[in-house]
Write a protein that binds this ligand. Structure first.
Ligand code: GAF
Length: 389
């Protein structure tokens, strides 16, 4: 059994260039490329001032673009039949829904931040599975932002990259109305090949954590149970966390200890907060385990993280639980659900010689349970967004 790699950045850029030509009849002058992500550990901690440890996927979005002189914006996508046409003003919050909110909301947010966004034709094409909890939306946003930066000239430096992350977060929260926390855009822009990215959402600093995986691979299983961050479950978890922080008199739950949580009166809110406090403490421990190639400890941390999301945060599903249990029974060193939850994917660390067995066992368990076939991919840690000319 083999899990083939997705199109390379150059191949995907060529696909996007061809798409721009075929759908909108123009020749691309630049392509923005940005990856999706899988989070190793640190879930729902980003909007709580906590720590996260994602890696960028080789699966990505390419946005091919050409400047226009008349101020018009036209957007098309290989993953959608419709073409959006209007001006940057038409992309402001409340005026656009669906995929153009992600692709085009970035143009509005960049302009709000002072960037002179020109009229443009733009076509996106991607290999990040949609609705799988692997940040297809952040990869679209960041690819579009890098295409715009490419049209404006020069290579995005660190300051420009930070501004891109901020604009993409605004597009997602204010235009697409997904109340997310910023992890996905940060790793899509700042990831380094072969490393995870440790991000601290109190200091807003990040650092690459080289992964000593040896003959192990990061395997993602998409349960293909739908995952939608605008559905309300994500937002209600966020509200519970904010309520806990407010009752404890702290700015974010990063400042709370387990002892503090005994002061919370609502049982559900206390469990949500316990997930955040314990999950944040697991991130540095996982960094140490990954750095030392201590797979036993990493397995324990992933197991505690999964149980915390299942029982305290209540964002797992029977399909995610089944995939995790089956992966572990068949030799995965570590496995947990990943991303926002309510469906989506699990992430597992698996020795190369157990890969086929783990994949076959999950497929078999899903078939036995009468579930649709899951998808699997290899998450070899990739570098972040770039401009391709
Ligand atoms: C989603 C969000 F977009 C992130 O900001 C993060 O909160 C994640 O869910 C959960 O860790 O991907």
């Amino acid at each position: 059994m083999s899990l083939p790699p997705p199109a390379s950045p150059d191949e995907l850029a060529d696909r996007a260039r061809r798409g721009l030509h075929d759908r909108l009849g123009v020749t691309a002058s630049v392509v923005g490329w940005a990856p999706g992500r899988v989070n190793l550990i640190g879930e729902h901690t980003d909007y709580n001032g906590g720590l996260v440890l994602p890696v960028a996927l080789p699966h990505a979005t390419a946005a091919a673009a050409a400047r226009r002189r008349d101020g018009t914006v036209r957007l098309s996508s290989a993953q959608a039949d419709d073409t959006w046409s209007g001006t940057v003003d038409d992309l402001s919050p409340g005026r656009v829904t669906g995929w153009p909110a992600y692709a085009g909301g970035v143009l509005w947010a960049l302009r709000e931040s002072g960037v002179e966004v020109p009229g443009l034709d733009l076509h996106v094409d991607g290999t990040v599975p949609l609705g799988a909890g692997l940040s297809s939306s952040a990869s679209i946003e960041c690819a579009v932002a890098f295409a715009v930066r490419g049209l404006l000239g020069g290579e995005p430096d660190d300051e420009v990259r930070r501004a891109v992350v901020d604009a993409c977060i605004r597009a997602e929260t204010e235009v697409a109305k997904a109340p997310t926390g910023g992890m996905d855009q940060t790793v899509s822009v700042f990831a380094e090949a072969g490393s995870a990215l440790l991000i601290d959402f109190t200091t807003h600093e990040h650092s690459a954590v080289p992964l000593a995986l040896g003959d192990r691979r990061i395997v993602v299983t998409d349960t293909r149970v739908s995952h939608e961050l605008t559905d309300g479950g994500y937002g209600s978890r966020r509200e519970d966390c904010e309520r806990a922080a407010s009752e404890l008199g702290v700015a974010t739950l990063r400042e709370a200890t387990l002892d503090d949580l005994t002061r919370l009166t609502d049982e559900r809110v206390a469990r949500r907060a316990r997930h955040i406090v314990t999950e944040t403490s697991r991130v540095p421990a996982a960094v140490a385990a990954l750095t030392d190639a201590d797979w036993g400890t990493l397995g324990d941390l992933f197991a505690a993280s999964h149980a915390s999301m299942r029982d305290d945060f209540e964002i797992s599903t029977p399909e995610l639980d089944l995939a995790v249990t089956t992966a572990l029974e068949h030799g995965a060193d570590a496995a947990r659900m990943t991303g926002g939850g309510f469906g989506g994917s699990i992430v597992a660390i698996v020795a190369s010689d157990r890969l086929d067995e783990v994949v076959a066992a999950i497929n078999g368990a899903f078939a036995d349970a009468g579930l649709g076939a899951p998808d699997h991919l290899l998450a070899d840690p990739t570098a972040g967004a770039r401009v391709l000319r």
